[in-house]
Design a protein around this ligand. Structure first.
Ligand SMILES: [Zn+2]
Length: 683
């Protein structure tokens, strides 16, 4: 094991600093003996800086975070790199910008060659565990491939909703559930230092906190989600205290991005780079109370988290890391508590000499990838926020914190300088060897739509016009409408989604994703005459979109045109080979056009990808049962009945198979179950 002189030095510092600052802190023997502190990283999804008490909110939503803040260094001006969950977390956990790590949007795999905090800590002897609250950070079935690198435990396991399920059974997990899983792990963890990442998704829309927050915050459910999240953090902190782990641990808390809530016209997040979605809360509680109660007023970026954690853990920071450790900034602030200026002017120095505050760079590629508009890039430097856009924007943040007076035309020289600076940062952060894949696959596109994000599973629309496209601020209404429509489609309220999508298409007739979603809505409403032309047009416009082919296949299947549906599903399967639903749909067609061996092969693939696929279990079990292969059929049908216990079909097919196998008692039980379900649905 390496002993890093720097860490030994810091360890002694913490010890004395802890004594001198907090005086009465009772250090556990464990914490003093441990050469490496335990590390807890808490990421709060969609949490605005102006909602937390420790940054001045008077709403009283965050008593637990505020208590933690008293033992922490507070960063009053911390900024997200990207206003989107997956990309922002990639920047937090790699210490690099999207230009380098390649995760500039959902679904982009995190390359194995990019430094990754969990992997570095794991190699450094840490036990690593992640507990995440959303499909969007699921490395296996979701849109965060590669995020499980270095984690011994990565607790995700999300999937698309089945009919009748709510979101919390499939695509997300409430904070209370996430924290309970994390505490369970804490209490059973192996000996030695640990890195625990807890991600709380609750504040992400739709805003529907559990009781009593739902009632208490009936007028502002977003605030209710923040208050609920804070209560969950309280439980985690209490568990850490109870286990004697709190004082000795490094605890870092931050939001991945904020939320528009209508400011600058943006309802949620992802399109713009203003403070409401980029300014985020950030707390760092050093081990043993060191630097408690300090405020760093200089700008910091979430790209600085990885090098900071590595330095505190005594692990060398890889040269590729682009953020700067905040340890020196924290130390300077702690050393001169009455003089915040020193931290401002000497911020972000790595060498111990005073350096000027560095510019903070942020970007979003979502407008381009989702809508074919222009990607946005920004820099915050001096008193300015500059946003590179077709109509560029310059704000004096000191005089105009709301960013409501664009000074770009009045101050062309400053704008030119900052425009060049943004371009230079974008160039400087690029990865010379990484080829960033341009496509999101069809399955990921479907998942993103379920969470309200626009994706067509195609690259043809956006990639061709890299630096062209409309200014997102001229189109924000369309982004809001699309988001709402996608949520309505996901919740099965197709009749609500139809007029919304028609309004989008009235303003932007060429928007393929809107055509496709309108086609899907009509198809689900059993209006094939309206659905088919839209879906055909979507396929024509984006011939490489697996999702468009899949949805056209479904609509054709519903009309009984199986011969036409088959090639659409074949395309989807070829294009997204890991998409279980596409394999199932192809099998369902094959089974009906006398291609039974092909159907069985597709079903087997679907079940390899997702062993709990209800319809695939049901169909394979039924086919095998009809073929007389009862022994093979039974496990499939039993699984189908277990996955969907309220399915009359599953119980009836199972009854028949049991009967065939001579198990009359079991057959009777299943028939009775089917009868009960039928009676319950037709009282
Ligand atoms: Zn997020």
């Amino acid at each position: 094991m390496n002993i890093h002189p720097r860490r030994v030095h810091l360890g002694i510092c913490w010890f004395f600093a802890g004594l001198s600052i907090t005086g009465v802190v009772a250090f556990s023997a464990d914490a003093l003996a441990a050469p490496r502190p335990n590390i807890v990283l808490i990421t709060l999804d969609t949490t605005r800086a102006d909602r937390v008490g420790f940054l001045g909110s008077k709403l009283g939503l965050t008593p637990n975070l505020d208590a933690l803040a008293q033992h922490s260094t507070i960063f009053t001006r911390a900024y997200a790199v990207v206003p989107l969950t997956t990309a922002s977390h990639a920047a937090i956990l790699t210490g690099t910008f999207p230009e380098f790590n390649g995760v500039n949007d959902f679904g982009k795999p995190l390359p194995a060659t990019v430094p990754y905090l969990p992997a570095l800590l794991s190699e450094g002897g840490y036990h690593t565990a992640a507990f995440v609250g959303s499909l969007v950070l699921d490395p296996i079935g979701g849109t965060a491939p590669g995020f499980d690198r270095g984690f011994a435990t990565y607790d995700a396991g999300f999937r698309m909703r089945r009919k009748g399920e709510d979101r919390f059974q499939a695509v997300e997990r409430r904070g209370g559930d996430v924290v309970a899983r994390a505490i369970k792990w804490l209490n059973k963890r192996p000996p030695g230092p640990f890195f625990l990442w807890v991600h709380l998704y609750d504040a992400h829309d739709p805003y529907d906190p559990p009781e009593p927050y739902l009632t208490r915050f009936a007028g502002s459910p977003y605030n209710g989600e923040i208050a609920y999240t804070d209560a969950c953090i309280g439980k985690l902190i209490a568990a850490l205290r109870q286990a004697g782990l709190y004082d000795g641990a490094l605890i870092a808390v931050m939001a991945d991005h904020g939320e528009g809530l209508g400011q600058h016209g943006e309802e949620t997040h992802g399109i713009f780079l203003y403070d409401e979605t980029i300014h985020v809360p950030l707390l760092v509680k050093m081990p043993l109370g060191r630097s408690a109660g300090r405020r760093v007023e200089s700008r910091t970026s979430l790209v600085d988290i990885t090098p900071t954690v590595l330095e505190i853990a005594g692990i060398p920071v890889p040269a590729a890391v682009q953020g700067k450790s905040l340890v020196k900034t924290i130390e300077r602030t702690a050393a001169s508590p009455g003089n915040l200026k020193s931290a401002q002017s000497e911020a972000r120095g790595g060498s111990g000499t005073a350096v000027p505050e560095q510019p903070v760079y942020s970007e979003t590629d979502y407008p381009r990838r989702a809508f074919g508009w222009r990607a946005l890039r920004s820099v915050r430097t001096g008193k300015y926020l500059f946003i590179a856009a077709p109509n560029r924007e310059l704000y004096d943040e000191a005089a105009d914190p709301e960013a409501s007076h664009n000074l770009a035309t009045a101050s062309p020289a400053i704008s030119d300088t900052l425009s060049a600076q943004v371009a230079e940062l974008h160039r400087r952060f690029a990865n010379p060897v990484l080829a960033i894949p341009t496509e999101t696959d069809a399955q990921q596109a479907e998942q993103l739509n379920a969470l309200g994000y626009v994706s067509s599973g195609s690259s043809t629309a956006a990639e061709s016009k890299k630096e062209e496209g409309a200014d997102p601020k001229d189109r924000i209404e369309i982004a809001n409408l699309m988001h709402d429509a996608l949520m309505e489609v996901e919740d099965g309220r197709y009749e609500v989604a139809v007029p919304q999508l028609e309004r989008v298409l009235a303003k932007e007739p060429q928007m393929t994703v809107a055509q496709m979603q309108l086609g899907i809505a009509f198809a689900r409403l059993k209006k094939p005459d309206q659905a088919l032309p839209l879906l055909r047009s979507a396929v024509q416009r984006q011939p490489d979109s697996g999702m468009a082919h899949y949805e056209l296949g479904l609509a054709l299947f519903d009309t009984g045109d199986l011969q036409s549906a088959a090639p659409e599903f074949s395309f989807a399967v070829a294009h997204a080979p890991r998409w279980a639903d596409a394999h199932f749909s192809l099998a369902a067609v094959d089974a009906r056009i006398d291609r039974v061996p092909e159907a069985l092969a597709e079903l087997t693939t679907a079940l390899e990808l997702n062993p709990d696929h209800y319809r695939a279990n049901l169909l394979r079990g039924r086919i095998l049962s009809l073929q007389g292969h009862t022994a093979e059929a039974l496990p499939d049908l039993e699984k189908a009945a277990r996955v969907e216990p309220n399915s009359v079909e599953a119980h009836l097919f199972l009854a028949e198979a049991y009967s065939q196998a001579g198990q009359q008692e079991a057959a009777q039980r299943e028939r009775a179950a089917a009868d009960r379900l039928k009676a319950a649905s037709h009282p």
